[in-house]
Each structure stands twice: as C-alpha cells, then as structure tokens.
Write a protein of this length. Structure first.
Length: 147
C-alpha cells in the first residue's frame, strides 16, 4: 500500500484509518510518501495530539518515538560528519531497551548485516553515491537511491 499525504502526520492518519477499516492490525508492505517542504498544516498539532492519544490507548509508541527509530532527532544537531559515530557511541544504551530487542531501524540502515562481522553502512553509501567521493567516484544523482 502506498499512502500519500502533505505531511507525515497526514500519512499517519491515513494509515490508521486504513487499519481501522480492515480486519487486520497491520499493513505490509507500506510506503508513506510525503513532502518535507510543505508548510505545517493548521490542524497538525491537534492531529498529532489525537494520534498520540490513540496510540497510547492501544499500547503503542508516540509518533516522535517511532520517528526516532528511523532517524534519531537528537543526532540532527552538531557536526553532520559524526552522526554515525555518535549513534555508535549511544547504541550500547539504545539496544538495552526491551522495545529494541528485535533491532532498531536506524541501526539496520547504518550496520546492515552486522552479524557477519562486516556491517554495511547503507545510509552512508546512499549519501556517498549521491554526493560522490573525491578521487573515487563522481556524484550520481539517482532518485532511486533516495526513495
């Protein structure tokens, strides 16, 4: 299922409506397509509060907690070149949380195939492919690398 919205919050709402209208409790596969360049809709704060209340009632994490598994907001500050290193430094604490017993999405992005002993940083590869690596390869602005 592909869900399109003007914001991630609008996508969340459409996903919850789709789940409520079905006999299942999950939608697999699911792609949420939204723009980060749109202005915040007037109703967003109220909608996020309502969604968080609903998620709490059914024993699920808040929108912000879930979003932080995709990209930890705390890493958005400081030197961008050290994001992966900073996450690596906090990973030992993050993985202790029982909610992360099956893994963590951002961790899978930056340490795919970790069990092999040679983890692959997929996110860094995508960024390097897009930007290019001086002396190694020219930038490749493939949209498929970003979606």
């Amino acid at each position: 299922m592909i869900v399109r919205g003007n914001s991630i919050t609008e996508c969340w709402l459409k996903i919850l409506i789709a789940i409520a209208d079905s006999a299942s409790t999950e939608i697999v596969p699911l792609v949420a397509n939204f723009s980060v360049n749109n202005s915040v809709p007037d109703y967003q704060v109220e909608l996020e509060n309502d969604l968080n209340e609903f998620l709490k009632r059914i024993g699920q994490n808040s929108l912000e907690t879930t979003a932080s598994t995709i990209f930890p907001k705390s890493l958005a500050t400081g030197d961008q070149s050290t994001v992966f290193e900073r996450f690596e430094n906090i990973w030992k604490h993050v993985k202790k949380d029982k909610q992360n017993r099956n893994g963590h999405y951002f961790r899978r992005l930056i340490a795919f195939n970790e069990a092999s002993g040679q983890p692959i940083n997929q996110l860094k590869h995508i960024i390097d492919t897009y930007n290019g690596v001086e002396g190694v390869r020219k930038p490749v602005h493939r949209r498929s690398a970003l979606y």
